[in-house]
Design a protein around this ligand. Structure first.
Ligand code: HEC
Length: 502
């Protein structure tokens, strides 16, 4: 046993936080403070253990004030205790700075470590192939409650929860369903991919594919799961039946530069996965139709003029509408693999939240804007912006459903983040406004499978799902939830409704 392990063992025996006395040189620097006070839960290597990973990538979304508050006060009702009583402000500040700095050598996560993390709780085919509940399995919602890392399963007909389960720390990207709606695949920030059997209400397998993960996609044929990582810079292909590792692909551009993955998608009509890359001007396509035979093809690398930060697929997955960092936009036709048009965009459009519908015989696409209070509406044939609808403020999500006349927009990036506005999909006029709870962030709308009810998140610790009748706009009920950041209807997702992002 090396010194550190011996010391950790001693720390555990001493009751975790009751650190034994140390020499002056040990308590001086933040690395020593970390070893003394944090390593037992967060891992000596900062890769996470009983507590989450604490690498700079892990903490990216934590604002400086939030980080300081966690160190000082801890997180209520978790094992994370505050350290204000033990460490003075200067020490806490030095720890916070140190956590934002990467280890001297970039941490690795090898194939052997991925395989070593793999757990199968229920072998494929060992659980009954029928739901253990009465609710319509195609009208279930999964509600991701980020406050305490849980998912609630809602019956979309009775609008009642039927189950609630704990997830890995911080799910990243939406949960993805198998085509039959039975299985859900979830990625967590720290790289865990989990497979959940929604009919039996239990996890079946888990594997840690990386140290910092963006999201997962599941193939249309139900055979493969692809995870996109930020750390290490890899794509990880898993077999969907038991989540066993099939292949790790290094994400490296033509000039040898590695890239983080910004997101992976299932382009079902093309029978391929698409990976969007954050640091290199390429989009990768991995056809999976032939993979069942055991050979995994090399990705097709589509070279672009700009890095695409955020993008939208048309319903056929032939075109991607992308926004680049400098604010410009382009349309890429995936078939020849090249740009076919420029898009007139301004501010910071959030194309990833775009939706489409038919208007005057034309397919149009609309997306919110993270910097400006406006919704841009683009004709999907001419690629021209045909309207700009002013809203209450910069928003994040836009949602609708085939059976409802309105598109619902939030203003969550603005002071009016407690409001939602309804846009008539034909006249493009704002026809209604809702404030579910004054002063509380309201965003992320998802419809029941028939489009009759709209479910809105109040994204607070003591938040709720607020259910509206999508026609009369009357509130139907509130279901209490712990920071419900997103909700996903099995039918709308598996049929790829044009009113929701995929
Ligand atoms: C007894 C175990 C334990 C110890 C000791 C501990 N933590 Fe934690 N820490 C946790 C757990 C569990 C969480 C997750 C809490 C939650 O669910 O939000 C956490 C969360 C955090 C977070 C928030 C991470 C995020 O992404 O939201 C930070 C930052 C953090 N800890 C830093 C520290 C530091 C620095 C120390 C040492 C000074 C420390 N922790 C000691 C268990 C511990």
């Amino acid at each position: 046993m090396n010194r550190l392990l011996r010391w950790l063992a001693a720390l555990l025996l001493a009751g975790l936080c009751q650190a034994p006395a140390f020499g002056a040189e040990d308590v001086a620097g933040p690395a020593a403070l970390y070893r003394q006070h944090c390593a037992a839960c967060h891992g000596a290597d900062r890769l996470g253990a009983m507590g989450p990973a604490l690498l700079p990538e892990s903490l990216e979304r934590l604002r400086p004030a939030e980080l300081a508050a966690v160190l000082r006060e801890g997180r209520p009702a978790t094992q994370m205790q505050g350290f204000a009583g033990e460490l003075d402000d200067a020490r806490l500040a030095s720890l916070a700075d140190w956590l934002r700095t990467g280890p001297a050598t970039a941490p690795a996560w090898t194939d052997a470590e991925i395989r070593g993390s793999h757990v199968v709780y229920h072998a494929a085919g060992s659980l009954p192939a029928s739901p253990v509940f009465q609710a319509d399995p195609a009208n279930l919602f999964l509600v991701v409650e980020a406050g305490s890392h849980h998912v609630s399963v809602l019956d979309g007909d009775r609008l009642e929860p039927i189950h609630r389960f704990r997830t890995r720390f911080a799910l990243h990207g939406g949960p993805k369903f198998s085509q039959d709606g039975r299985y859900v695949f979830m990625a967590s920030r720290d790289g865990w991919v989990s497979k959940y059997d929604l009919w039996n209400l239990t996890f079946t397998a888990e594997i840690r594919v990386g140290l910092n993960t963006r999201n997962v996609a599941v193939s249309d044929d139900g055979k493969w799961v692809l995870a996109g990582n930020t750390l290490p810079r890899t794509l990880v292909l898993l077999r969907a039946d038991d989540l066993s590792l099939a292949k790790v692909l290094d994400v490296t551009g033509r000039d040898g530069q590695g890239s983080r993955v910004s997101a992976v998608y299932d382009a079902a009509p093309r029978h391929s996965f698409i990976a969007a890359l954050k640091d290199i001007a390429e989009v990768w396509e991995i056809p999976y139709a032939g993979m069942a035979s055991g050979t995994i093809p090399e990705p097709r690398k589509i070279v672009l003029a700009d890095v695409l930060d955020d993008f939208y697929f048309d319903q056929s997955y032939r075109h991607i509408l992308g926004a680049s960092r400098d604010g410009g936009g382009q349309v890429v036709d995936l078939t020849p693999g090249r740009k076919v048009a420029d898009l007139a965009l301004s501010g910071m459009p959030h194309l990833g939240s775009g939706i489409t519908w038919m208007r005057d015989g034309h397919e149009v696409m609309a997306s919110p804007n993270l910097r400006q209070g406006r919704i841009s509406v683009i004709d999907m044939q001419s690629w021209q912006t045909i309207a700009t609808v002013p809203t209450n403020g910069p928003g994040f999500f836009l949602r609708s459903h085939e059976n409802t006349p309105y598109a619902w927009a939030d203003a969550m990036m603005s002071p009016k983040r407690d409001t939602l506005q309804l846009i008539d999909k034909q006249t493009l006029a704002v026809v209604g406004s809702l404030t579910p709870s004054p002063g509380r962030t309201a965003a992320h709308v998802e419809f029941t499978r028939d489009g009759r009810y709209a479910l809105v998140s109040l994204m607070e610790r003591d938040g709720a799902i607020v259910v509206y009748d999508a026609r009369t706009l009357r509130e139907v009920k509130r279901i209490p939830m712990d920071k419900p950041i997103g909700k996903y209807n099995v039918f709308n997702k598996t049929t790829r409704s044009s009113g929701t992002s995929h």
